[in-house]
Design a binder for this molecule. Structure first.
Ligand SMILES: O=c1ccn([C@H]2C[C@H](O)[C@@H](CO)O2)c(=O)[nH]1
Ligand SMILES: [Zn+2]
Length: 137
């Protein structure tokens, strides 16, 4: 599974977004160490604050559907939306990426124009608050 294939999977996932309020569809595709591709899309709610982004849907889906450590080890994620620039993940998703992914994990941001920005979790959220910050010593 290369970068372009993962982005294509995110594009396909985007078509299944549940976004009746914003009409802004986002797709994500998460590659696991076991070789699975877990798709995610944004899922909105009439109570707007309950909206869940594509990136978090993919991560939560992988964690909840699969059990092995390889299925929970993430290798890369692609995100696609119909934006002028490659779609940037929101702050909440950056924090969730920091919780479950290696800081060096590649993140492929893309749009329907075919633009691709290759970044990483640590670049998206430098100095993230993590579980290590909960240690008092
Ligand atoms: O990176 C992003 C940015 C936004 N959204 C969703 C949340 C909401 O449903 C809609 C508009 O913000 O897009 C995502 O899924 N991922
Ligand atoms: Zn988000």
């Amino acid at each position: 599974m290369n970068k372009e294939e993962l982005i294509e999977q995110a594009k396909q996932a985007r078509l299944r977004a549940y976004a009746p309020y914003s009409k802004f569809q986002v797709g994500a595709a998460l590659l696991t160490a076991s070789g699975r591709v877990i798709q995610g899309f944004n899922i909105e709610n009439a109570a707007y604050s309950m909206c869940n982004c594509a990136e978090r849907t993919a991560i939560f889906s992988a964690l909840s559907q699969y059990t092995s450590s390889e299925d929970h080890a993430f290798v890369a994620v692609a995100v696609v939306a119909d934006t002028d620039r490659p779609v940037p993940p929101c702050g909440a998703c950056r924090q969730v990426l920091a919780e479950f992914c290696d800081p060096q994990m590649p993140v492929y941001l893309s749009n329907l124009k075919g633009m691709i920005e290759e970044t990483s979790v640590s670049q998206l959220i430098p100095g993230a608050f993590t579980k290590h910050d909960l240690d008092k010593q």
